[in-house]
Write a protein that binds this ligand. Structure first.
Ligand SMILES: Nc1nc2c(ncn2[C@@H]2O[C@H](COP(=O)(O)OP(=O)(O)O)[C@@H](O)[C@H]2O)c(=O)[nH]1
Ligand SMILES: [Mg+2]
Length: 306
């Protein structure tokens, strides 16, 4: 066992933090770490929190930590915000610290730096979750910014998705209709302490409570703490229902594998193209409008895989 893996398995937080950085930045050592820990993983459960900026994701995650600890979980938090790797995690830390009285030793918090392509973020996240799993954390709360395609990708990596809305982010109903209805296992109207929470809750129940999946819709206030314990219980219940789903785990691994195979093939194709003599003459013909793009692509593919 390499020292960093030994360290994180034995509960050394610095080894853990370092290992997460390594897999997050996809450094060379990442491969060795994953190789050594993969066999130890598979126990962890993950919950994604998504929704518009300012909805109260960080605040709510902060409130959920002690509730989930009270249910017996060893909790870690990952914040995924590629637009703002520093502030994402810093704000989360502030929100959590604000609440005080946390057993800081027990919770592990980290923001993911993963920049760039969406595939890169999912890869970093999957591996960071594995590292935490090997370190003995059994519940990972993942906060992501409400950012379109990335958000959807993250829902594929986690076991359960909580979508958070509030009365004062104007675009709610549009956002709900625009696809977030598909991804949530639980819908939360946060800031239940302010005006408009009730009507928004009713709107969401009307829009999605009746769909076939019947997701739960809850009201919370991260400010007062109201509804947070109930949310923790619903999360816990849904997770234990999902935990025996071997098919789902297999599907998630297969999804990851497909992505990795595509990456390898893509890199190989790039090299093959750069070395292929016919390629540049096909580009010439295309540029001169002697052939159309479909024909050009077929000719290139045929010359690569003959
Ligand atoms: N009144 C009220 N304010 C809240 C509540 N939850 C969060 N906030 C405030 O809303 C702002 C955004 O919260 P934050 O957790 O950073 O949202 P995030 O961007 O979704 O992570 C902060 O000023 C919080 O103090 C709540 O339940 N009620
Ligand atoms: Mg936040």
């Amino acid at each position: 066992m390499i020292p960093i893996v030994k360290g994180l398995v034995e509960g050394d937080r610095r080894s853990l933090a370092r290992a997460i950085s390594i897999v997050d930045n996809q450094e060379a050592e990442s491969r060795q770490i994953i190789k050594e820990i993969f066999g130890m993983t598979g126990k962890v459960k993950t919950v994604g929190f998504t929704g518009p900026g300012g909805a109260g994701k960080s605040s709510l995650v902060g409130r959920l930590i002690p509730e989930c600890q009270a249910l017996g979980h060893k909790v870690a938090v990952l914040a995924v915000d590629p637009t703002s790797p520093i502030t994402g995690g810093a704000i989360l830390g502030d929100r959590v610290r604000m609440l005080g009285n946390l057993e800081d030793e027990k919770v592990f918090m980290r923001s993911m730096a993963s920049r760039g392509a969406i595939g890169g973020v999912s890869k970093s996240l999957r591996n960071a979750i594995r590292v935490l799993d090997a370190a003995g954390y059994d519940l990972i709360l993942v906060e992501s910014v409400g950012a379109g395609q990335l958000e959807i990708e993250i829902t594929k990596v986690v076991d359960l998705t909580v979508v958070i809305f509030t009365p004062n982010t104007g675009d709610n109903v549009q956002a709900i209709k625009a696809g977030l209805t598909e991804v949530g296992d639980i819908y939360v109207v946060n800031k239940a302490d302010i005006d408009g929470a009730g009507p928004l809750y009713n709107t969401i129940v009307d829009l999605i409570g009746d769909t076939e999946r019947k997701p739960s819709v809850l009201k919370t206030s991260a400010k007062t703490g109201k509804g947070v314990k109930e949310l923790a219980k619903v999360i816990d219940k849904l997770l234990s229902e999902k935990s025996n789903n071997k098919d789902r785990q297999r599907r998630m691994l297969e999804e990851e594998l497909k992505g990795m195979v595509s990456d390898i093939v893509e890199q190989k194709v790039a090299v093959m193209l750069s070395e292929n003599k016919k390629y540049s003459s096909i580009v010439d013909k295309l540029a001169n409008k002697e052939i159309d793009p479909y024909i050009a692509a077929e000719q290139v593919a045929a010359s690569l895989f003959k």
